[in-house]
Design a protein around this ligand. Sequence first.
Ligand code: C5P
Length: 430
Amino acid sequence: MQPNSLQPNSLQPKRILLIVGGGIAAYKVLDLCRLIRRKGLLVRAVMTKTAGEFVTPLSLGSVTGDKVYGELFSLTDEAEMGHIELSRDADLVVVAPATANLLAKMAHGLADDLATTLLLATDKKVLAAPAMNLRMWAHPATRRNVERLTADGVTFIGPASGSMACGEFGVGRLAEPPAILAAIETMLSGDTLIPLPDGAWADAGDSGRRPLSGRHVIVTSGPTHEPIDPVRYIANRSSGKQGHAIAAAAAAAGARVTLVSGPVALPDPFGVTTVHVETAREMQDAVDRAMPCDIFIGAAAVADWRTGDVAGQKLKKGHGNPSELTLVENPDILAGVARRTVARPRLVVGFAAETTDVLAHAKAKLARKGCDLIVANDVSTSGETPGGVMGQATNTVHLIDRDGIESWPTMGKEAIAERLVARLAAMLAK
Ligand code: C5P
């Protein structure tokens, strides 16, 4: 067995109880088990009945190196190890894939098979890695169940977005095994921050020592859509990944977070109040309603202009010339917040997405908008990537304040979010 940083003072390797749900993504748990064991951890698998349709006990047994428990607990099993003991023998319970059905049962405390009985009987932390069709994930029933389970202390990793086995594209894919392993290691190490795909974070407890406890943070994220007629709109390429990651990192740092999000294809970060808007004016209203706050972070790519006159009916070819669209300037939400004379947030942070002279433009923006910090990034198109950094997982940023410029190396958007939040917490503590 390899040495393992997770058990420095113990000769006993930590043990994972892996509940495998019945979904197409179940095959990925074979890889997960390999990764877990490579870390020197032990893993014991329990399969639901439908999991057996996607992965066999033989294959699971060979990667876990342990007996695989099935739907029914046989008398022999009970004699070897009672089901209560099986549920408590682990240091962490991991549910992967956590199907919509399994989440519903967990949320309602049903115990009609071995997997759900163990989940009800355990006294250990539970990490759930959901995987399902995007509409099932978005369904109000699943949203309710996830909310309930989050309140009950279950930590979620994922789901990620991408193409699905059913041929659709969206949020619902099982988080990749290395991401699940990272969450497992973080939970076992007692740390409070659990990285999630798509820039979100979950909270594994321990609110006592978090740097933004008691603070309110408002974050704007994503693009805005400015309607032209009932079917067309003006938009931009912002994915919302950076803004959502910042909201989630602030929540993980203990803040109460209001995320005002334009239309994006990302799940709402857990532990964050997300307000969905479409237009710049709706975004401004939502920000005004969420005020006051300690930190305002304008990460949204707000459309500078909207159409002056939204057509009530779909514009037809040949009727009117599209070049005659009149544009009206949108309110500048960031500048409005920064220039408040009553209840101005202690810190106002803007983003500068530039394609040329990034630093010069960002410095000018700091003064023009009246904010305390500008996070500047170069979003110029990089050859094969239309839109440059927009939609990508990494970002290269420069922090500009009145004292100067600090350039950070290229990092994942989650890492930037975490570092930015740590920086803001330190600024607030001064
Ligand atoms: O002026 P520009 O769009 O380059 O400024 C970018 C910064 O200003 C971002 O922080 C963005 O969220 C914010 N902004 C805003 N309202 C606008 C335009 C930009 O809050 N109407």
